[in-house]
Design a protein around this ligand. Sequence first.
Ligand code: NAI
Length: 415
Amino acid sequence: MGFEIRNVCVIGAGLMGHGIAQVFAMNGYQVSLVDISDDILSKALEKIKWSLGKLAEKGVLKEDVESVMKRIRTTVNLLDAVRDVDFVIEAVPEKLDLKNKIFAEIDSVAPRHCIFCSNTSGLPITLMAEATKRPDKVIGMHWFNPPQLMRLVEVIKTKYSSDDALRTVFELSKKLGKTPILVNRDIRGFIANRVYGVIGNEALLMYLRGEAEPIEIDAACRYKLKLPLGPFELSDFTGSVDIRVSARTLMEEILKRYPEWEPHKELLEFENATFKLIKERYDKGLLGVKTGQGFYKYPEPGKWVRPDIPEKYAEKTDPLEVVAPAINVSAWLIKNRIVTAQDIDTALKLGYNFPMGLLEYADLIGLDNVVKVLEAKAEKVKEPYSAIYNPDEFLLTLVKEGKLGKKSGEGFYKY
Ligand code: NAI
């Protein structure tokens, strides 16, 4: 890399953007923070100041609040903001046309060496790269909420990204105190959300097939896997019913334009299988905490209390039943060199607070046992979506070679 990143521009000062700007400023970078109104920008500055104050109280801020605040300048003039920066990250609303327009506009003004990143969770960054004349310098940099506290950053390579730009963003993430993982292909959902999504979807399918009630699945995940929340609790908390309904049309439109965004076709079929249930719950207003009723009932709309899930409900359900398809999808990702086993585990530990990586768990349980559970599901479930249960050839090869996990000294990891 022939330059050092000193000046950065964060476009969008909302939930994510203001937090991202704060992290840059705390780490010594000069930040231009852009939004569409001075009012939004001054609210963002207030939030940053408040958060810095909290960090100072805890003794984790290396300098005083004012010194950090001085590194952030705000403006509504986008072109002005990028004229002299080495790095741009956009965190504007999830609309492809808006993101493309912004990247196309700043492309003619930002220095030639400047890298453009997108914080999108659900849009192809490859299409944003195509909106510029510097596609090699457009990278995905996916933060988690709240950016000030969450350590995970997914660094995503598009069809056009240069290794140099990718490495620069990866190293930059480390300098910001984050733990980056490398995603070698611009795929739908990247890693943490994609792999966790398989767990959530299988939980729904087990419920639909009458194999277990939501409370039993959640109990097994809470008490046996030690996850902070089971998949149904988490769905209520994040409002994933709502998110899935609104993301679906967008996803279908994008896939028409850019089919490579979803290279694992069986995964689409698998997700489609739960959409009818999701839509029914959406139509009934069962959105979770937001409406006061989801898979669990809450005291009032918007008020979250931890659902009461007694441990006895965990007895019947083997949590491997819930996570085996996600282990299988992980094997597919590794086989296709999209991500390493270790990075999948990092994504789930840091992005979803898993106490242990999914693949560490698979190794512990034994990959032969994972294959058995998958084969039993493939045998039992005669639906178009059951192709997702066919054990991936990477998983089968490991088992054939006697790499069964911890008990044999090697599985996804070496021991
Ligand atoms: P938000 O709605 O809180 O913030 C977006 C901000 O962009 C608003 O302040 C808005 O005024 C501003 N904006 C709109 N048009 C603009 C323009 N033309 N120029 C400059 N600023 C403009 O949204 P949020 O939640 O911060 O999300 C931003 C991006 O981050 C989205 O792509 C989202 O998918 C992604 N993301 C969101 C996460 C979350 O938990 N909310 C997590 C990870 C990624």
